[in-house]
Design a protein around this ligand. Structure first.
Ligand SMILES: [Zn+2]
Ligand SMILES: [Zn+2]
Length: 271
């Protein structure tokens, strides 16, 4: 009988571009990557520079990397993912076909000469690309991990995911521009989530000047989380120009325990 845990660890919650410096210690500077542990399975959501912080995963049989979309801030950490350099380590990367182009073509385009000396498939690990078909079902010791997806509004498109395991539900909405009035289809997708990660890159004032950039505000994220009766919400994809002090202030203004900005290294136990 496997361990029935279901957790999420924030490895990187910074949006658009990684940042560094002591003013980013709390909320972190690494770009998008979240580690989900469900039973014995490890699912990494996106492969921004946060993936470099992944713990040693030697004792895990298979690793799954799930991409929301191939924008650079979500894949740039991939060549430095420590597990890629381990011989015989099995890694599966799932991503959606875009304009008829398979995920391997999308990624190898970014990581091949002259932009990078070797392709991801050339690393020592046993690495495979899979064009994502939804729902994706990953079996784990008699239980299924069921992953569903929904298209979100973002330049070039982005996928939101729900991950269900042992009756619990996690929803991951990175890069998305949610409508001000909650969309019914999206609300039903996030309905009753135990944990909801939602893009909240811009303040209301910033958003007024950046409509169409494909990102949301804390206010909109909260509207959706309330409409979906979500238990806990983590606001993600922090703007690179927002340091710890600025994020802390925004968080204090919200004054909620159940809606907070994701912090570097934070681990949430759903089960
Ligand atoms: Zn992004
Ligand atoms: Zn993006």
């Amino acid at each position: 009988m496997g361990d029935r845990k279901f957790t999420l660890t924030v490895l990187g919650a910074r949006g658009s571009v990684p940042v560094s410096g002591s003013e980013y210690n709390i909320y972190g500077g690494a770009s998008s990557c979240y580690m989900v542990e469900a039973g014995e399975q490890v699912i990494l959501l996106d492969a921004g520079t946060g993936i470099i912080e992944a713990p040693n995963l030697d004792h895990r049989e298979n690793l799954h990397v799930l991409l929301s979309h191939p924008h650079l801030d979500h894949i740039i950490g991939l060549p430095f993912f420590p597990e890629l350099s381990k011989k015989d380590r099995s890694i599966t990367l799932y991503g959606k076909k875009l304009n008829g182009e398979s995920i391997d073509v999308q990624i190898e385009k970014a990581f091949s000469q002259p932009y990078w000396p070797l392709t991801i498939a050339e690393y020592p690990s046993d690495f495979v690309y899979v064009d994502l078909e939804l729902p994706l079902i990953i079996p784990d010791d008699g239980e299924n991990i069921v992953i569903e997806g929904i298209s979100l509004c973002h330049p070039g498109g982005s996928l939101g995911f729900s991950i269900k395991y042992c009756g619990k539900k996690l929803v991951y909405f990175t890069d998305c521009e949610l409508s001000d009035e909650p969309d019914e289809k999206i609300v039903s997708f996030i309905k009753d989530a135990d944990l909801f990660l939602c893009d909240a890159q811009y303040t209301k004032e910033e958003y007024a000047k950046r409509k169409g950039f494909g990102h949301s505000t804390p206010e909109t994220a909260i509207k959706y989380s309330q409409a979906g009766a979500v238990k806990k919400t983590l606001l993600i994809h922090h703007d690179p120009f927002r340091d710890d002090n600025a994020l802390k202030k925004l968080e204090e203004k919200l004054g909620r325990d159940d809606i907070t900005f994701a912090k570097a290294g934070e681990k949430i136990e759903i089960i």
